[in-house]
Design a protein around this ligand. Structure first.
Ligand code: NAD
Ligand code: UGA
Length: 312
């Protein structure tokens, strides 16, 4: 089968493409090398995926020949986006509307006329916003607290609309803070481990007692494949790691894994950050058979091992 993976040179897209190639699919991957972090990381990600079966297209999804992209395709895995939460304020928002909303709408529009069997959209826990009502349920309130969250929710709503009005078989997956080898350099574990390896202080926002339902990348890949094979459409599922851990607890775990004490640089809370996230997984478990397999400590050890091999 031919699968389109948008954002194929990114953290999650490259892991997903690797798995799809491993199981014998052809991957038509698109990435424009958005400057959200240095290109060399994305080149490195892509190098892990460059093998027979990969067709790579370096283009912006807005402007590309979409009917040609979707020709003969069975599954679309739409991972491409500008993904940073804290950087989505001010002038930067133009990047978010272009890459997160407009690119999704163009892809959905083209999908109307295609023969795809499933369009899987990479949504985000950020659509929920700051709530005390934990765990977060798919039926719960969506009130994002960052412009990024607003853009991800808009694209998710577009996915629903194109299913409802035109029968495009979309499924949206709300990922909860994903980590593991190749994690983006603007995300906490990457920033932390890179600084820690060099013996530098680690920036900790707020009081370090904020928590996340951290999810290992391979579990997200499994959730995507299950969603593609799921017979339903027009639905939304959480994909989480299965437990909630504070930033402070993560620091203790990495100290244990690395065998050295971390120096912390306590900073103010950042605008757009939610206090806690936790995924209710019953829907994903019951309908997709989703079961997160990688425990946080083991996944952190894998990311730490990877971090030892990347340059400065
Ligand atoms: P990433 O930045 O590593 O990957 C996204 C890729 O998309 C980048 O390589 C970028 O160049 C590409 N891209 C962006 N806009 C494009 C466009 N218009 N045309 C072509 N390519 C484009 O990010 P990631 O962490 O791998 O995130 C992947 C997806 O998962 C995103 O949609 C993100 O919003 C979502 N998500 C990520 C997390 C997480 O914790 N990493 C959590 C929730 C949701
Ligand atoms: C992550 C991804 O970056 C988003 O793309 C995604 O949409 C979102 O998860 C999601 O779940 O939907 P975030 O949870 O902010 O966003 O991920 P990190 O950057 O890894 O931050 C995790 C925690 O560490 C946050 O509480 C943040 O305040 C804290 N942090 C981050 C620090 O204390 N110091 C830092 O230098 C960076």
């Amino acid at each position: 089968m031919i699968c389109v993976v948008t954002g194929v040179a990114g953290f999650i897209g490259s892991h997903l493409a690797e798995k799809l190639l491993d199981v014998g699919h052809t991957v038509r991957g698109v990435d424009k090398f958005l400057g959200n972090y240095p290109r060399r990381f994305k080149e490195w990600n892509l190098a892990q995926v460059r093998r027979p079966g990969l067709e790579f297209i370096e283009e912006d999804l807005v402007g590309i020949d979409l009917p040609a992209l979707l020709d003969g395709v069975t599954y679309v895995f739409h991972q491409a986006a500008q993904p940073g939460v804290r950087s989505s304020w001010g002038e930067e928002f133009g990047e978010y509307t272009h890459n997160n909303i407009l690119a999704t709408q163009r892809l959905l529009e083209a999908s109307k006329k295609s023969k795809i069997k499933k369009f899987v959209y990479a949504s985000s826990s950020s659509v929920y916003g700051d709530t005390q009502d934990l765990p977060m349920r798919e039926t719960g309130m969506t009130r994002p607290v960052s412009p990024y969250g607003v853009s991800k929710l808009s694209a998710e709503q577009l996915c629903y609309l194109y299913w409802k009005e035109f029968g495009v078989p979309t499924v949206s997956l709300r990922y909860f803070t994903v980590y593991g080898p190749r994690q983006r350099p603007d995300m906490f574990f990457h920033i932390f481990m890179r600084a820690h390896r060099r013996g530098q202080a680690i920036p900790i926002y707020d009081d370090g007692k904020q928590s996340r339902d951290f999810t290992f990348c391979a579990d997200i890949v499994d959730g995507n494949i299950a969603a593609a094979e799921y017979p339903g459409a027009g639905e939304v599922f959480n994909l989480g790691g299965g437990s909630r851990t504070t930033v402070e607890e993560v620091v203790r775990m990495v100290e244990e894994i690395s065998g050295k004490k971390a120096q912390l640089n306590m900073l103010a809370r950042q605008q757009g950050d939610v206090r806690h996230t936790a995924a209710a997984l019953d829907q994903a478990r019951n309908k997709l058979g989703f079961k997160p397999r990688v425990k946080l400590y083991d996944g952190l050890a894998q990311e730490w091992a990877w971090m030892q091999h990347i340059g400065d």
